[in-house]
Design a protein around this ligand. Structure first.
Ligand SMILES: [Zn+2]
Length: 76
């Protein structure tokens, strides 16, 4: 069972380098302090805005469901 002894590898969110997820890595999930600081800096200056969908309100959700149901019926 050597596999279970291998530390989990994650990709550094900053540079995508493989990092071993270890208790003794204070920068995890980053590979280094440098990457961690870059990422924190990015958050601070707003370049890390949540991308993608704005929150949907109920009308939009209803509409989406109706559209999905219609698409489903068309397939029949
Ligand atoms: Zn990194």
């Amino acid at each position: 069972m050597t596999d279970s002894n291998r530390p989990l590898e994650v990709a550094c969110p900053q540079c995508r380098k493989k990092v071993e997820w270890r208790e003794d890595n204070p920068y995890r999930p980053f590979c280094s302090e440098r990457c961690r600081l870059i990422d924190l800096g990015a958050w601070a200056d707003g370049s890390h805005r949540i991308a993608g969908e704005p929150a949907m309100d109920e009308t939009e959700i209803d509409e989406m469901i109706m559209r999905a149901e219609r698409a489903f019926q068309d397939e029949q």
